[in-house]
Design a protein around this ligand. Structure first.
Ligand code: NAI
Length: 329
């Protein structure tokens, strides 16, 4: 198959080319994001490969279908950036990588939590400047604290396992009760019930119309004062403006984000020489108790190897059988 790979970074190209399955395809790498302006590049391709911030809306899907593209290979787990209804109408198949090292994301969520709780982002800068003052760096023991895991699928279950190892009490929010999480002694309950009891809340559910702004003003005011909120799921799980208000009113002791609702205009690129016009994002960066990474939770050697293997394997399976085990229905 001839495949146009969008939003390519050097590491994507490196891992795709190193994959055993790469010889089965002709891969053309584009560094631009797929959107209504760049979709013209797809003429002559059978398939496209895209990532979390490519905009696969109805217009783009129409142009893809008209150009003869038959399949969209997501090199990620989430597919909230695809208009699934339009894709179905136009007969385009969507395949994805449902699980690639869930450890990568769960471990990053733990790293964010530990850094936020013990103010490592501030300590790092202080020590480099020769400032060994400790005031403002006090944290809490995580041992014995109540941690709420929202979404106990592959990633949430591993996060729960690690927090269990730290000696935390686990609350779980998910309509499906994961036996592995139950074995850790977690108590499943509705989110509303978990909010006032939790010292830490970590989000691991997908972004869907139902989970958009799951963390909103009404839920923030129900939270225990001093809670730490961690989001490695998707940016729009959180209403950012409501979260800023909760930081100002000290409901949140800290906020750690790997994802942001308007990240597609910022993340994965160097904007250090520009004036960033997103005032909401810039306001977040002014809080001493907000720690942000730019959607890097997935970014481990193991995960990138797996993403390349599974994505190219999906395309081989589709080419041979017209179907794929990892198709999004
Ligand atoms: P999964 O499908 O294994 O688990 C998701 C769980 O969320 C399921 O058990 C589902 O029942 C639950 N869920 C759905 N709606 C819910 C709701 N309203 N409240 C509570 N639980 C709900 O998915 P996995 O692999 O664990 O990934 C979770 C999410 O992590 C992905 O959807 C993706 O958005 C995000 N992710 C982020 C990455 C990053 O680099 N920051 C990388 C990979 C995934």
């Amino acid at each position: 198959m001839k495949i146009a790979v969008f939003s390519t970074k050097s590491y994507d190209e490196q891992f795709f080319k190193a994959s055993k399955a790469s010889s089965a395809h002709e891969l053309v790498f584009f560094d631009v994001r797929l959107d209504e302006k760049t979709v013209q590049l797809v003429v002559g391709f059978d398939a496209i490969c895209v990532f979390v911030n490519d905009a696969i809306n109805a217009t783009v899907i129409d142009r893809l279908a008209d150009s003869g593209v038959r399949i969209i290979a997501m090199r990620c787990a989430g597919y909230n950036n695809v208009d699934l209804i339009r894709a179905k109408e136009r007969g385009l198949s969507i395949v994805r990588v449902p699980a690639y090292s869930p450890y990568a994301v769960a471990e990053h969520a733990v790293a964010l939590l530990l850094a936020l709780n013990r103010h490592l982002h501030k300590a790092y800068n202080r020590v480099r400047e020769g400032n060994f003052e400790l005031s403002g760096l006090m944290g809490l023991d995580l041992h014995g604290k109540t941690v709420c895991v929202v979404g106990t699928g592959r990633i949430g279950a591993i996060f729960a396992q690690i927090m269990h190892g730290f000696g935390c009490q686990l609350l779980a929010v998910d309509s499906y009760q994961n036996p592995d999480v139950l074995k850790l002694g977690a108590t499943y309950m509705p989110l509303e019930e978990a909010l006032p009891q939790s010292d830490v809340i970590s989000l691991h559910c997908p972004l869907t119309p139902e989970t958009k702004h799951l963390i909103n003003h009404d839920r923030l005011v129900r939270m225990k004062h001093g809670v730490l909120l961690v989001n490695t799921g998707r940016g729009a799980l959180i209403d950012t403006k409501a979260v800023i208000a909760a930081l100002k009113s000290h409901i949140l002791r800290g906020l750690a984000l790997d994802v942001y609702e308007e990240e597609d205009k910022l993340f994965f690129s160097d904007h250090s020489h520009e004036i960033i016009s997103d005032d909401t994002f810039m306001r977040l960066t002014t809080f001493p108790n907000v720690l942000i990474t730019g959607h890097q939770a997935f970014f481990t050697h193991e995960a990138l190897t797996q993403i390349a293997e599974v994505t190219l394997g999906n395309l081989i399976e589709f080419e041979k059988t017209g179907k794929c085990t990892n198709e999004v229905k």
